[in-house]
Design a binder for this molecule. Sequence first.
Ligand SMILES: [Zn+2]
Length: 243
Amino acid sequence: METRDRFPLLRKVLKAIGLPDEAIDDIVERILDWLSTKEQPPGTPTELPFKLRDDFLSNAEISFCQVLRSVVGDRAVVCPKVNLGDLFFVATGDHRKNRGLANRVDRKHVDFLLCDPNTMRPVLGIELDDKSHDRADRQARDQLVEGVFKAAGLSLVRFAVKSGYAPADIESQVTSHFGRQAPVMSSAGTPVIPVVVPSDSTPGCPKCGSKMILRTAKSGANAGGQFWGCANFPRCRSVLPVK
Ligand SMILES: [Zn+2]
């Protein structure tokens, strides 16, 4: 039975309280996941009937990926199909709100991500738009993804699916992003100038706005010394010196 056909009554209730189809699918899938693990008595060997998918990338994605790789060469690593949950995190200071927003990007991915070859720091997201991007639900998804990239200060470019790509077109849109990193922004959207913070007042993280935690360096030249580290570590690695 398809997930779409399960729990019709629950679906109606969730629809009635105004949840979008996408959120309802997510809830039903989570319930099914939970039920399937409950059915398994502890200690029973689990059957894992997995098969390798033949459609990891579509033909259009493969041909674009090949041109993209030849254009960027060793200036960037091309990662296809990157989950947005691995790329971004939510920092609102409100746990429930964080989870709600994180669920909206969970299971969504960007078609390609270019990373710095030395640090693997994300440099640019690339979306390949086929005809499905004209559909209303796709447009809502595209808007959300674009908003998330913009909020996090990571650039995103779009290419239309074609039968062939001119390397020069890709070069001109993509390479201007190399060597440029997202500036560290305060929650107000202004670039942050690092300041020395006295140890008796807890600063907010200059990157994500979360509270910072007074930590002691365990190793390195500064071992034993104190510094402010973001409460969201390791998702956010912001640090501030302590006076
Ligand atoms: Zn932070």
